[in-house]
Design a binder for this molecule. Structure first.
Ligand code: GDD
Ligand code: MN
Length: 361
């Protein structure tokens, strides 16, 4: 039956913590129709058995994953396996004080995404070793442009309105699933609720070097998803390399003697035909990469391919015009002028592709 709230708790060897957690969550959510769904990765300490005992008295259940490991993917599986209007995710080890669920749930009534925050007014990161503080500070800073309005971007405690999130957009690697859900969901409103990160009740943290490396991968994916222009830039850069390599090859190894020999065919402008061909290949290459990568999930407008070619051709002329204008009237030397022209036209190109070739669904 559909609940108002599902509390998702990933567990790995948390047998000693779950009963106190369940008791305190029950106290914090006394007025709410909720369930706790534990997602356990086959802990060897009997966490799942302990939870099953609690199910006699509390609205809790456990899903045990035998073939998978990982905090983020456990949270996502828990979200998929539950059905409720609201979702809250928290750790099992009581470092997220259960009492904070009362204000967090209250905030969810008016806000689509609520981050539990150690850095908001009234919150605190608690007693941490200096090393762990630095790791957390840097991790938080690296995500700043992704969630500028949130102070604690790497918290493991958060809640959201389920309807605002499409779970299929998530790529659950590593730990920072709160950041992933905050960035990929479509929320109209976002806020933070302060909490103090308590010392771990029992057991040990599972943070490792591998988790940190996975965070870097996650950041790359999130930045590319949020700032589509970065994808477009990478495609543009690759297209440039393709263009130059082909041009070089055609001039070095022409397919026919008349093709690039100085004096024959196009005379001293012998390089124009190879350049035209290499540019054509680069444009096709860029079009395909943009279609299947940059604008993946977007709809291509009618005659999108043709539109792209018209856009690429027209902007190439614009590029040359800008270069000429910068040199002639701006008195800028040709090389920096070309760089400026490329950058300027690049942004125009991106905007045209976004408005005229593809459209967001
Ligand atoms: N299912 C599952 N699978 N659960 C896991 C796994 C796993 O592979 N690894 C860890 N967990 C569970 C733990 O049992 C605990 O409930 C929770 O995820 C957090 O793990 P800890 O090992 O206690 O992490 P931490 O305290 O070092 O860091 C936590 O707090 C930080 C600050 O809020 C995490 O939530 C971080 O993501 C967060 O930044
Ligand atoms: Mn912990």
């Amino acid at each position: 039956m559909k609940k108002t709230l599902a509390v998702i708790v990933p567990t790995y060897n948390e047998k000693e913590n779950v009963s106190l957690l369940v008791e305190r969550v029950a106290a914090a959510l006394a007025k709410v129709d909720y369930e706790i769904l534990f997602v356990d990765d086959n802990s060897r300490d009997g966490t799942a058995d302990e939870i099953n005992k609690l199910a006699a008295k509390y609205p809790v259940r456990v899903m045990v994953r035998k073939d998978k490991r990982g905090l983020a993917s456990a949270v996502v599986d828990g979200i998929k396996q539950s059905d409720s209007e609201f979702v809250i995710v928290m750790d099992a080890d009581l470092q997220h004080p259960p009492a904070v669920l009362t204000p967090l749930f209250a905030a969810l009534q008016t806000t689509d995404f609520v981050m539990g925050s150690r850095y908001a007014q009234g919150g605190s990161p608690g007693d941490w070793t200096l090393g762990r503080k630095i790791v957390s500070f840097v991790a938080n800073l690296l995500a700043l442009p992704l969630l500028p309005k949130v102070k604690d971007r790497v918290s493991g405690l958060f809640g959201f309105r389920r309807a605002a999130l499409d779970v299929t957009t998530l790529s659950p690697v590593g730990w920072k699933i709160g950041l992933e859900i905050a960035v990929r969901g479509k929320y109209k409103t976002m806020t933070e609720v302060p909490y103090t990160f308590s010392p771990r009740a029992r057991g040990a943290s599972k943070l490792s070097r591998k988790i940190i490396w996975q965070y870097v991968q996650q950041l790359v994916n999130l930045y590319l998803a949020k700032y589509q222009i970065l994808n477009f830039m990478i495609v543009g850069g690759l297209g440039f390399i393709v263009n130059i390599l082909i041009l070089n090859a055609l001039i070095k190894w022409p397919p026919a003697p008349w093709f690039t020999v100085k004096g024959s065919f196009l005379g001293t402008e012998y390089y124009l035909l190879p350049f035209f061909l290499s540019s054509l290949v680069a444009i096709i290459f860029n079009y395909l990469l943009n279609k299947y990568w940059t604008f993946k999930g977007w709809t291509e407008k009618k005659l999108g391919g043709l539109r792209y070619f018209v856009m690429a051709g027209a902007t190439l002329l614009l590029d040359m015009l800008a270069l000429w204008a910068f040199v002639r009237f701006g008195k800028i030397p040709p090389v920096p002028a070309a760089a400026l022209a490329i950058l300027l036209v690049f942004i125009v190109r991106f905007l045209i592709a976004r408005k005229w070739v593809w459209a967001e669904n």
